[in-house]
Design a protein. Structure first.
Length: 255
């Protein structure tokens, strides 16, 4: 959601009336938290001001869910100096998650990150799932590629062939077609079987299986945005971090 501030609480000092802002809403799950209205409320902790002459209302409204999947919980993030591009940031940089090197610093050696779902599309109408998850993860994957490159990592990602040029333009070093039946072998080949970190922006049973299997012989870390599918992961040497869409933020409550 993006809009103009028309009122602030008595204890809010970070925002003022007239500010162009954006925030995340979860109205599909929690009453009173939707955005389909002339006016909408939001906790100040989840609202970020848009600098003048940068993003439009439409552009800034696309940042929120995508970034809420790269970081950890907002409560933990409040103690850090990271921007509120949450999803990729939380997942990548919090020490309890993937713990990548945080910009402006860069990783000192050649290390690969797998971002499964660099730019996904709507699922087939026959698939029983929420389209909103796929819309969000498309942006999550695109943000994740750019953050990984900012941190100096080499990026291998998956996408449909018609999106390969897009994800390459965002910084992906190797782009693979997720339809290929030997996708695990292709990832291992591209990374020299040295992969230690994977981020699954789709997080279905089969994608979690692929990501876990693609990690090198010493295992590593896997970040998911839906509930972990332990029977699919089936590796004791893989640490799984979950920033689940279904998990409620401590700030997303009625006042």
């Amino acid at each position: 959601m993006s809009g103009t501030v028309v009122g602030v609480g008595k204890d809010v000092s970070s925002l003022k009336v007239g500010d162009h802002v954006a925030t995340i809403k979860h109205g599909s799950a929690y009453p009173g938290e939707g955005a389909f209205a002339e006016y909408a409320k939001a906790p100040a902790e989840l609202v970020w001001a848009i600098p003048e002459n940068t993003l439009t209302f439409e552009e800034s409204s696309t940042y929120n869910v995508a970034c809420v999947c790269l970081a950890c919980s907002v409560r933990r993030m409040a103690q850090r100096t990271l921007p509120r591009f949450l999803t990729p940031v939380q997942m990548f940089y919090h020490t309890e998650n993937l713990a990548l090197v945080e910009p402006p610093e860069k990783v000192s050696t050649e290390e690969w990150v797998l971002i499964y779902g660099g730019s996904c599309q709507f699922p087939s109408p026959s698939v029983d799932t929420r389209p909103t998850t796929y819309v969000s993860t498309a942006a999550v994957g695109q943000f994740a590629i750019q953050f990984a490159r900012l941190s100096g990592y080499k990026v291998v990602t998956t996408a449909s062939p018609h999106n390969h040029d897009l994800v390459r333009s965002l910084g992906a070093d190797v782009v693979l077609d997720y339809h290929d039946s030997n996708i695990v072998d292709q990832i291992k080949g591209a990374t020299g079987n040295t992969l230690k970190v994977a981020f699954d922006t789709i997080s279905e049973k089969d994608t979690q299986r692929i990501c876990a299997a693609a990690l090198g012989p010493d295992g590593g870390k896997l970040g998911v945005i839906l509930s972990p599918q332990w029977e699919a992961i089936s590796r004791s040497d893989v640490k799984v971090s979950c920033e689940c869409f279904a998990r409620r933020s401590p700030f997303l409550t009625d006042p």
